[in-house]
Write a protein that binds this ligand. Structure first.
Ligand code: NAD
Length: 440
């Protein structure tokens, strides 16, 4: 179901009319393409107060492929290092650094504020660092023109190298539909990639629910990044699944993820072990609780949560995930904000968030595997095309970018989690929602 409003505001008369009526003005987002793999313009590196990581951060920023300039007229990206801000007074430095330049940010630009975790032993530092969260979330709502703003927290005594893969993602067209997010890195060794243009070369990835929609896009982006991909979907979707597999040079595995032998069959399909496991398969069976029969409740919990828990446990126990492996699950902003008619779905997706936060640290310690989740907002797929018109329009507009996301936006976030050098990214839930007002 095409977004006609986005099309309308892309024309001069449409822009004029909607502006006069005070309606939202979505800017066309610049996403990754072969011809535009990077932001189109220089990067500005600012520091609030003093920073212990300035030189190290400069080296990391050089890996983004962007040119760092002292005073660019129109920066495509701005990185503000606020790791040294430890008091309410120090926040003035944040204002002083960004106030003069924020208006010069190019359309589709990126602002990343670097901070550290709020300390439990120093409430002044904690206040100042927590303040950055409110700052970033507000600025995300202000910048407009398809630009985004995030807060990236480095571990307390960590080095900026841990942030390399994350900064490359956030300062690129790949994160077009991610805004107002807080990402917290761990102190784990991040790992490395020999080829940044094909970071998943030699890695085997399996994506569930990959016959269509977001899953097919995830498979496609992982294949683009060099992975050998196995696509899994229910036997009833075999034709679409085989078409997706053929298009990508992937292997098709028709299998219901709720089957008792699902984990064993996945392991058998990847004899060399899996490096990336993407739990994407999901269903909705909406009804208000008062009208919801037990089987509708059970189906959703079974597909969206129980099978994710079961296959994850069994694959980890069998050693079917290689060290350095990455598990990426799919939550939803419904699991954060709740949704009328979706007690079952929201429970299942909130459950996924619980799983990720609890298992992430243990899976890293015991198996060398990270566990993260994407939480999509309104993404243009068959699932959302079936939503009634007014709710669909609200979903599209009620976010800072005033439009729905595309499956590729979720896929790019999954691919960042999946990278071998994203080892410091663990237990995170990244909303890919254009900074939706729901659950914000
Ligand atoms: N589209 C959105 O706006 C949105 C928002 C938030 C979260 N999500 C989540 O993203 C994921 C993908 O959503 P989508 O919009 O692409 O949905 P979709 O319905 O287009 O695709 C889901 C795929 O999962 C498959 N699947 C369902 N049950 C399965 C099972 N038991 N075993 C194997 N495969 C199964 C389906 O056959 C289908 O191909 C889901 O987990 C969904 O809950 C989507």
């Amino acid at each position: 179901m095409a977004d006609r409003y986005l099309h309308l505001t892309g024309t001069a008369p449409g822009r004029f009319l909607t502006r006069r009526l005070g309606l939202p003005q979505p800017a066309p987002l610049r996403r990754w393409t072969l011809d535009t793999p990077r932001l189109d313009g220089p990067l500005l590196h600012l520091t609030a107060g003093t920073s212990a990581i300035r030189d190290g951060l400069a080296k990391v920023l050089a890996t983004t492929g962007l040119t760092v300039e002292e005073r660019p007229a129109r920066p495509a990206g701005i990185v503000l290092d606020a790791t040294g801000v430890a008091s309410a007074r120090g926040l003035a430095e944040v204002h002083a650094a960004l106030h003069p330049v924020v208006r010069s940010l190019a359309p589709g630009g990126r602002i990343v504020v670097l901070g550290t975790p709020p300390s439990s032993g120093d409430h002044h530092q904690a206040a100042a660092q927590q303040a950055l969260e409110g700052f970033v979330r507000s600025l995300g709502k202000e910048v407009g023109r398809g630009s985004t703003v995030q807060l990236l927290r480095l571990p307390a005594d960590g080095t900026p190298e841990a942030a390399e893969s994350t900064l490359r993602f956030l300062l690129s067209p790949r994160s077009a539909y991610v805004s107002g997010q807080v990402i917290e890195l761990t102190a784990a060794a991040p790992g490395s990639v020999p080829d940044r243009d094909a970071p998943l070369t030699g890695r085997t990835a399996l994506v569930t629910g990959a016959a269509r929609g977001i899953g097919a896009s995830v498979a496609s982006v992982l294949a683009r990044d060099g992975a050998d991909v196995i696509v899994l979907d229910v036997p009833g979707a075999r034709d679409d699944l085989v078409r997706t597999a053929d298009r990508l040079g992937a292997t098709a595995l028709p299998l219901d993820i709720t089957a008792p032998d699902a984990a064993a069959r996945i392991a058998a399909a990847a004899p060399g072990g899996l490096d990336v496991l993407v739990h994407n398969a999901g269903i909705t069976r909406d009804r208000r609780l008062a009208n919801m029969p037990a089987e509708r409740w059970a189906q959703v919990i079974e597909v969206n949560l129980d099978s994710v828990l079961r296959t994850t446990d069994e694959l980890l126990a069998a050693g079917a995930l290689n060290r350095g492996g990455r598990i990426v699950a799919t939550a939803s902003i419904a699991g954060i904000a709740g949704n009328d008619g979706q007690t079952n779905y929201a429970a299942s997706k909130a459950g996924v968030i619980g799983l990720v936060r609890s298992l992430g640290p243990r899976a890293a310690a015991e198996h060398g595997v990270t566990v993260n989740a994407v939480a999509p907002g309104f993404i243009e797929t068959r699932m959302t095309a079936a939503v009634p018109f007014l709710i669909r329009e609200a979903g599209r507009r009620m976010n800072s970018l005033s439009q729905g996301g595309l499956p590729a936006d979720v896929a790019e976030a999954v691919a960042w989690f999946a990278q071998p050098d994203s080892g410091a990214v663990n237990g995170q839930v990244l909303r890919v929602c254009g900074q939706s007002l729901l659950g914000a």
